[in-house]
Design a protein around this ligand. Structure first.
Ligand code: HEM
Length: 406
């Protein structure tokens, strides 16, 4: 069926308070919850998006250039795997991500790093928060992955260069070829200085990290490189952006900031989850239907045929009143979510590919923000909002803060 349906809104749009979503300043539109445009299906309701994310048998990963990458004969990174191979990989790496492991193994690192970064910021009188959050996010995820033996400082910058590449599937052939060349040069640099030394160190002495696990599974150097870049995009870039976004909201809302600083951990995490719900760092996920899928909205059944590309609009799904209640574009940490709805709603995805690093991301952000926001900080320049096409993510740059004097 090629029908579309307007998403249900419980209140007249005129009466709704203005949106507090910083990552999308345009006024909200009542786009259809299920819409087909050519071969692409756009899903915007919480139920439909979650259903497709959970239907691992009828879908394949189609985001992050996955379909381009699959043309090679190399072993695919976890994000691009599907089916039994993917399940096996997730089971094997789960031990690096449990709350217990994160608490025992990474909390001290997060605390020491955050103390050092906040001390530096205080001593300098200010900083670009996007630089500070990059350092933190890269260091923490690097420890999980095992990127700890670089031949030169500056891994954060090298990774940033690798990740600043565009989505190439839609580009003209010449642009695509050039883009691939630049991408390969940057990746090679990252491989030589960061990945290869890490592999050599773990061949001598395996550790409890992702690279050691991949070596035990006989992954080749280039395959480990691709996995490291995946973690760079999925773990480092995302957390960096979220920390800036959370800091921006909290710095501009003195009452919420005071409440956050006075709260116990559970409430602090609730506030951070609500910011992430409102501002999902990854705004769209994509899947290719490998079987027919039926989704229902407002009593109408839509049949998505095999072969269709499915655009899962997380920004819309996270603001679906049926899942998150009234005023979905307001920041309300105390909002009551529907039964079974995760605290950050779909910002960490759902189903087989759901983010394994969710707990790391929230704990790390909290450890840092608690320290940062105790400083008498002022926003000198609010961040400029940009868009990263590869990750379908907002980027906040030039976020200058200063320590107030007197
Ligand atoms: C606020 C921070 C983060 C956000 C918003 C985020 C978001 C996501 C989302 C939406 C997915 C699902 C992708 C899909 O279904 O196609 C994902 C997957 C993934 N994330 Fe995160 N993530 C964050 C932090 C982290 C961290 C800190 C790590 C690791 C240290 C990490 C590692 C991964 C990995 C390895 C995957 C792929 C899992 C798979 O495909 O099975 N993420 N993330």
């Amino acid at each position: 069926m090629n029908a579309s349906h307007a998403a249900a809104h419980p209140r007249d749009p005129e009466q709704r308070p203005p949106s507090q979503r910083k990552s999308d300043p345009s006024p909200p539109t009542a786009a259809p919850a299920v819409e087909r445009r050519g071969d692409v299906w756009h899903l915007r309701s919480y139920q439909a998006v979650r259903q497709v994310l959970r239907d691992a048998d009828a879908t394949r990963q189609a985001g992050f250039n996955a379909e381009l990458a699959r043309r090679s004969s190399l072993r695919q990174p976890v994000l691009f795997q599907d089916g039994a191979e993917h399940r096996e990989q997730r089971t094997a790496i789960a031990r690096f991500f449990t709350p217990k492991t994160v608490d025992e193994r990474y909390r001290t690192l997060m605390t020491e790093l955050s103390d050092a970064l906040v001390d530096d910021l205080r001593a300098a009188g200010g900083a670009d928060l996007d630089d500070v959050s990059l350092k933190l996010a890269v260091e923490v995820a690097a420890r999980v992955v095992g990127l700890t033996d670089s031949r030169r400082p500056g891994m954060a910058g090298r990774l940033e260069a690798v990740l600043s590449l565009e989505r190439l599937t839609a580009a003209a052939p010449a642009k695509r070829a050039l883009g691939m060349l630049v991408a390969q040069a940057r990746m090679w640099w990252f491989y030589l200085l960061d990945v290869r030394p890490a592999i050599a160190a773990r061949r001598r002495e395996p550790r409890e990290d992702v690279i050691s696990h991949l070596l035990a599974k006989r992954y080749r150097g280039v395959e480990i490189l691709i996995e490291c870049i995946t973690y760079g995009a999925a773990g480092m870039a995302t957390t960096r952006e979220f920390i800036c976004m959370a800091a921006w909201h909290l710095l501009e809302a003195p009452e919420l900031r005071a409440r956050y600083l006075a709260a116990a951990e559970a409430e602090r995490h609730r506030i951070l989850h609500e910011i992430l719900r409102l501002e999902p760092v990854v705004a769209h996920l994509y899947r290719r239907a490998v079987g027919d899928i039926e989704v229902e909205h407002d009593g109408v059944t839509h049949s998505i045929p095999t072969g269709a590309l499915i655009d899962l609009d997380l920004r819309a799904a996270n603001a679906d009143p049926a899942a998150v209640g009234e005023d979905p574009l307001q920041l309300h940490p105390e909002r009551e979510l529907g039964a079974g709805v995760q605290p950050a709603v779909l910002s960490f995805g759902d189903g087989a590919h759901r983010c394994p690093g969710a707990f790391i991301a929230i704990q790390e952000s909290d450890v840092f923000l608690q320290r940062l926001l105790r400083l008498p900080l002022e926003v000198v320049d609010p961040p400029q909002l940009r868009w990263n096409e590869l990750i379908e993510s907002y980027e906040l740059r030039g976020f200058r803060v200063a320590v107030a004097v007197g």
